[in-house]
Ligand binder design. Structure first.
Ligand code: S3P
Length: 169
């Protein structure tokens, strides 16, 4: 799988809670190449959390910063890059991502996503009256776009190693 990648990156896309960071990190280990999480990189360079960035500057500014960070991260491969759930939905970032390597969409159903995100309160987009409904709306709006990915892997409640094997296969 590493040879097949060449100098291209392997880029995980999908909704919050799909497992992009966890599966991405393990996949990078298995391939013996670096792993980087775009949200972490954004937080590192801005010295603010994603929530703080949304609150202080709004989503549009966040998307502009995200696109700049992705462009830089994807320039030198091969790496495994996990992206924030909205990155592939943003036109600028999507262009960078498509140019930057192979994309893997971790596709999960609503209950799997909800189970994973509702325990943590770090997602500014889910600070709504009815976060589960919001998540469902995001699925409906975004899944047709994520579906452009090179590879689609169903993210479900199995061992992470099983998911990594599916990606590598
Ligand atoms: C977002 C997902 C988050 C983060 C931000 C916006 C989105 O990343 O980038 O809160 O638009 O779906 P995760 O997918 O890593 O939670």
């Amino acid at each position: 799988a590493k040879l097949a990648l060449g100098r291209r990156n392997l880029i995980f896309i999908g909704l919050m809670g799909a497992g992009k960071s966890a599966i991405g990190r393990l996949t990078a280990q298995a391939l013996g190449i670096p792993f980087v999480d775009s949200d972490h990189e954004i937080e590192r360079v801005s010295r603010m959390t994603v929530s703080e960035l949304f609150a202080a500057y709004g989503e549009e500014e966040f998307r502009a910063l995200e696109a700049r960070v992705l462009k830089r991260l994807l320039r030198s491969g091969p790496r495994v890059v996990s992206t924030g759930g909205g990155a592939y939905i943003n036109e600028r970032s999507r262009r960078q991502i498509k140019k930057g390597g192979l994309t893997v969409w971790l596709n999960a159903d609503l209950d799997v996503l909800w189970e994973r995100v509702n325990k943590r309160d770090t997602r500014p987009l889910l600070k709504t009256e009815n976060p589960k409904q919001t998540l469902e709306n995001l699925m409906r709006a975004r899944y047709p776009i994520y579906a452009e990915a090179d590879l689609v892997v169903l993210s479900r409640d199995v061992k992470k190693e099983t998911m990594v094997e599916e990606v590598l296969a």
